[in-house]
Design a protein around this ligand. Structure first.
Ligand code: ATP
Length: 506
């Protein structure tokens, strides 16, 4: 509002000044008669212009330091500290960190021995796996001040602003010793220098390196960085004396999933039919953040249904809600489309069964999120190694839906978009990263647009084409089973793993 008023005042005063200027230029007296008024108007116009520019927060003319101070105020919020009890699983990481925590707590003991505190710890791994939580737990366990900063906060277009922010963070850490400085998304400032010729980013990274070298062992400060892309980090950041302790934090295994679920249901009233082992089995491949969300979603569902406890049903609904999406209340799916989806999902389930992929928990053609239908799998074991055959079979399972559509309707639909994406991703990994193609044990890199070399493209196509042929052969050989699964699914809309066992007696 204030900005608008100033703008209109400025507009009027510029208008009056211009018309006075024109009038004076035609008058015989020139400026002499009303020169006092004219000078006053010019000064007023200039003052209004400067005030307007100051109000405009986006203006390039606003001194960068003003913005830095404003943003720093926001960053002073302290995060609620947690301890190792709140971090489920990750026992090996906790064990490794307990030494660092002991160091912070009993710094004198280590100093006497001439030992230096490890300066930098780098957590890397997929999103939502508990990196921030663990950093906060280090501070909680060692009674230290926790200073949170996100790498993207330091990315600025004004040269020097990012570096000055880094300095401020470290000044704050030194004032509040012992302290844990956590820099999330450190790749935003720590990516390999000169790659994109951004001098502001280089200056920020240089400042971080200087600060890390600058504080001495008496400062009792630990810096924890987190990234999803360790491969992008500048080697200078990873060298001994800086972030030299790397810890991978991946998606939890079945035991850890059970423990994470227990942490997130600690304060929730659970019904006796809730079996955490079973829920952990059904949530293969998900992150800790997903599990926290599932526990919360189950509680919300129970409240919505006016229940006094959370039952297994709410948990199973929450899994589908979080992993696949919201169930559409009044889906207007045409009869023909519903039939196509039934065959498509039956195709996935059939191929999965024949090729002994993970057991099917549920098949559904009730639309959820963007999916018209889905197959939910479970697993009893966590696998870390996969053979070439297993990866090829996974591609076949993804292609099962399209092959079923083609066989039954002699036509293909857009329903296989996501399946094709996943199948191609696996094939590309096999060729480029895993040496599992006819190109041999070689690694191939895509260019910066994500495009692969023609020879790689040909190999990916070969893998996909072969898998599609194998899928089509299986569907043809088991067309009666496909028919049975699809028609049951069409009628009931949802089938369980047990229903599938009854239909397919192989
Ligand atoms: P990103 O890489 O996206 O920043 P992150 O690895 O830092 O993610 P967090 O923010 O630490 O992930 O985790 C998100 C939420 O997931 C946590 O607040 C917590 O509720 C839950 N969570 C993740 N891992 C665990 C775990 N091991 N134990 C308990 N809760 C967990």
């Amino acid at each position: 509002m204030r900005k608008k008023v100033v703008f209109w005042c400025l507009f009027c005063s510029v208008g009056i000044t211009t018309s006075m200027l024109t009038a004076f230029s035609y008058s015989e007296k020139g400026f002499s008669g009303n020169s006092g008024q004219f000078i006053l108007l010019v000064i007023t116009t200039l003052v209004l212009l400067m005030y307007y520019l100051k109000l405009d927060g986006n203006s390039e003319l606003v001194p960068a330091t003003i913005k830095v101070k404003e943003q720093n105020k926001k960053r002073d919020d302290t995060t609620k500290l947690v301890t190792f009890k709140d971090v489920a699983g990750l026992e090996e990481v906790k064990e490794e960190l307990s030494e660092v925590i002991d160091f912070i707590k009993n710094v004198e003991k280590y100093k006497k021995m001439g030992a230096k505190i490890p300066k930098g710890i780098l957590f890397h791994g997929p999103p939502g796996t508990g990196k921030t939580l663990m950093a906060s737990a280090i501070a909680g366990e060692s009674n230290s001040h926790f200073i949170y900063a996100s790498g993207s906060e330091f990315v600025e277009k004004y040269v020097g602003v990012g570096a000055s922010r880094i300095r401020e963070v470290f000044e704050k850490a030194k004032k509040n010793c012992p302290s844990v400085v956590f820099i999330d998304e450190i790749d935003a400032i720590g990516s390999i220098r000169n790659a994109d010729n951004n001098s502001e980013k280089d200056q920020t990274l240089n400042q971080l390196l200087v600060e890390m070298d600058g504080f001495n062992t008496n400062d009792n400060i630990v810096i924890v960085g987190a990234t999803n892309r360790i491969d992008m980090l500048d080697p200078a950041l990873l060298r001994p004396g800086r972030f030299d302790r790397h810890m991978f934090i991946g998606n939890p295994n079945v035991k850890a999933r059970e423990e994470i679920l227990k942490v997130h249901t600690r304060n929730k009233p659970l019904a006796t039919d809730v079996d955490m082992v079973e829920i952990a089995r059904k949530t293969h491949g998900v992150s800790g953040a997903h599990l926290a969300s599932i526990a919360n979603e189950a509680a919300i569902l129970a409240v919505r249904k006016n229940k006094t406890t959370i039952t297994a049903e709410e948990f199973y609904q929450a899994i589908e809600r979080v992993l696949i999406g919201l169930q559409l209340k009044n889906p207007s799916v045409m009869e023909k489309e519903k039939r196509v989806v039934a065959y498509h999902e039956a195709g996935h389930a059939l191929i999965g069964r024949v090729l002994k992929n993970s057991p099917v928990e549920k098949i559904s053609i009730v639309p959820r999120g963007q999916a018209m239908g889905y197959v939910l799998n479970s697993t009893d074991e966590d696998r870390y190694l996969h053979t070439r055959d297993e990866l090829q079979n996974k591609i076949c399972v993804f292609l099962g839906g399209r092959a079923a559509e083609e066989l039954v309707f002699d036509e293909i639909t857009t329903g296989a978009k996501d399946d094709l994406l996943k199948a191609n991703e696996i094939a590309q990994q096999m060729v480029c990263e895993l040496g599992m193609s006819d190109l041999g044990n070689r690694i191939y890199k895509c260019d910066h647009n994500g495009e692969a070399m023609p020879i790689v493209e040909r190999e990916i196509k070969k893998i996909i084409d072969l898998a599609y042929k194998k899928t089509m052969d299986i569907i043809n050989e088991n067309s009666q089973s496909l028919e049975k699964i699809a028609s049951e699914l069409f009628q009931k809309e949802t089938l369980t793993g047990k229903d599938l066992d009854m239909i397919c007696n192989f």
